[in-house]
Design a protein around this ligand. Structure first.
Ligand code: ZN
Length: 334
């Protein structure tokens, strides 16, 4: 899980609104029925008194309470039958005034014991997609819409295969990774190649599919991520550093972190250490990460410390992106 505070707050607010709406509708219906059928109101009042009578009977000393409790139960049953007959006789379902939650599993609380109920998970997934959409265009970005025909089928000698053949493989790995998230052969992906080759598109597809399957996903650019680590460490403004602390916690704690554009930031010693911390903590906690970057693994080795390079090389599956910029090609075709 590990949903962000904002996502959880919004999902809980929607659950509360749903509960309030149900209670409101229920009280409107109750008022309508009580007005039309005053005897039903009377019966409800009598039934509520029953519990008081039963307690009274059990507390009365010196007599066996079972006889009086039995007679109260009998009266109760008669009242319930009369009430059901009145309701059905007037076109209402017999149980229309009973408290019926939308979700029987959790009674609309969102929790079944210590487990988050599926109904709240669905709301969290929806709120998370809304949150991700602020940074990623998730509207059109689905695996079904991915267009392989944008990639040339001419073999590139350096790679020994065509961009299209390569993308077929890359696409399949990204799709299988997202659809089988947490159970797939590769835990972490490194999408490597120049801009305009579909890295962000595929990252968005992964973010959407993994979100829809109920996992917490955070997407951000490397620049923003390191800026948050820096603010958390150095800011003197307590509000800024509190927000940055929440941000870094999300980067470290979410089920899937998507780091966009690694390598576009300044590789200061601070960034080196923050990147190592981020990669290492997530690996140790068995949390998945997808990195997209213009850098190749060789560039990574040159740019960052040997420890970072060795963690990335050892634990990430590199997916190379090559070909002509598909956006430029599209413009040319227009
Ligand atoms: Zn539920």
């Amino acid at each position: 899980m590990g949903y962000s505070g904002t996502v959880l707050r919004r999902a809980n607010a929607r659950l509360a609104a749903r509960r309030a709406e149900r209670e409101r509708a229920q009280s409107v219906l109750r008022a309508e029925i009580y007005k039309k059928l005053p005897r039903v109101a009377e019966i409800d009042r009598l039934l509520r008194q029953t519990i008081v009578h039963i307690i009274g009977a059990s507390l009365r000393e010196g007599s066996d309470p079972s006889t009086s409790i039995g007679s109260i139960r009998g009266k109760n049953l008669a009242l319930q039958t009369e009430r059901a007959d009145l309701l059905t006789g007037n076109g209402y379902p017999a149980d229309c005034l009973d408290d019926k939650p939308y979700c029987a599993k959790c009674g609309d609380t969102g929790w079944a014991g210590t487990h988050m109920c599926d109904c709240l998970k669905v709301l969290c997934a929806q709120e998370q997609i809304a949150e991700l959409s602020k940074l990623l265009d998730l509207g059109e970005q689905t695996f079904e819409r991915f267009d392989l025909s944008c990639y040339s089928d001419q073999v590139w000698p350096d790679y020994g295969r065509s961009p299209r053949e390569n993308m077929q493989k890359v696409y399949k790995i990204c799709r299988d990774y997202a659809q089988n998230f947490g159970r797939y052969y590769f835990n972490n992906l490194f999408l490597s190649g120049s801009t305009g080759l579909g890295k962000t598109f595929l990252s968005a597809c992964i973010a959407r599919t993994v979100s829809e399957n109920g996992f917490s996903v955070v997407y951000d650019t490397a620049g923003n991520i390191f800026a948050q680590f820096e603010t958390q460490k150095f800011s003197r403004n307590s509000e800024d550093s509190r927000q940055a602390r929440d941000g870094t916690r999300r980067y470290l704690g979410c089920d899937l972190l998507i780091v966009d554009d690694l390598g576009s930031e300044l590789a200061t010693p601070f960034v080196q250490s923050a990147l190592y911390q981020l990669v290492n903590i997530r690996l140790t906690a068995d949390r998945r990460t997808v990195v997209s970057s213009n850098l190749t693994m060789e560039d990574v080795r040159r740019r960052y410390t040997p420890q970072i390079a060795s963690r990335l090389e050892g634990e990430y599956r590199v997916l190379p992106f090559f070909g002509e910029d598909i956006r430029l090609q599209r413009n040319r075709q227009l």
